[in-house]
Write a protein that binds this ligand. Structure first.
Ligand SMILES: [Zn+2]
Length: 238
């Protein structure tokens, strides 16, 4: 089945307000899945977001489908591959962990050409992936910059334990250590704090990203993916 270009947005002001209400409810409850959604068909799932808030809503809905076992797997066929081959316009950019259990397109039920993803152990913001994310947002037009941590993250856990590790693995620790210190060694809290920390590094260390945020062309969001349930719980950023 073909779901080609993201369909043009048909979002009324009423619908937008309704989404904002449900979204705030979801944040209050600490999980996407607390909000209800009617967006279960492929046309809605592939709509083209006009605003950063709507782009975030599309991600939220995708994770809801995933955890409900109702993934539409849109944009995953050869026709879509050919459609986006000449040009990509991803609607969201990600800084996620390299962990094999957190495949971001699957978690948010998206496909080819939808997400601009950088992954690195511990989802840490280094100068190289900040450059990649500047590319994904400023030049390709992603409207959301999402930092995704996950439960039981090995990189955060290793930083917390501070044990000797081989090779250059310890190079990651310097980026995560402030989050571990701030939470006094609690792994779950450190994962959450690390999302907050990396999001603030992205927002504050890059003038390019800061300007997009100031101009309201981009929002920075954060979340923690639960390895057991598949649920992405939003993290309130500083
Ligand atoms: Zn991890």
């Amino acid at each position: 089945m073909k779901f080609s270009a993201r369909s043009s947005p048909q979002i009324s002001e009423t619908a937008r307000r309704r989404w904002l209400r449900t979204s705030l409810g979801a944040i209050a409850a600490g999980a996407w899945c607390s909000a209800t959604t009617n967006h279960v068909n492929a046309e809605d799932a592939t709509r083209n977001p006009e605003t950063p808030d709507e782009a975030l809503a599309i991600l939220r809905e995708g994770n809801q489908r995933f955890i409900a076992g109702k993934s539409l797997s849109v944009h995953r066929d050869l026709e879509r591959v050919k459609e986006v081959a000449p040009k990509q316009t991803p609607f969201a950019a990600f800084l996620g962990c390299a962990d094999s259990r957190v495949p971001i397109e699957i978690v948010f039920d998206q496909g080819f050409g939808d997400l601009f993803v950088t992954r690195i152990a511990g989802n840490v913001a280094t100068s190289e992936n900040i450059g990649s994310l500047e590319f994904g947002t400023l030049l390709l037009g992603a409207k959301v910059l999402y930092v995704l941590g996950h439960t039981n993250c090995g990189a955060v856990s290793a930083t917390l334990q501070g044990t000797e590790v081989p090779g250059q693995i310890s190079g990651l620790f310097q980026h995560i250590r402030p989050a571990v210190r701030a939470t006094k060694g609690n792994l779950a809290k450190s994962v959450e704090e690390n999302v907050r920390l990396q999001a603030s590094v992205l927002s504050e260390s890059s003038p390019v990203l800061a300007r997009l945020i100031r101009e309201k062309k981009l929002i920075v969001a954060g979340g923690v993916y639960d390895l057991q349930t598949g649920i992405v719980s939003p993290v309130e950023l500083d």
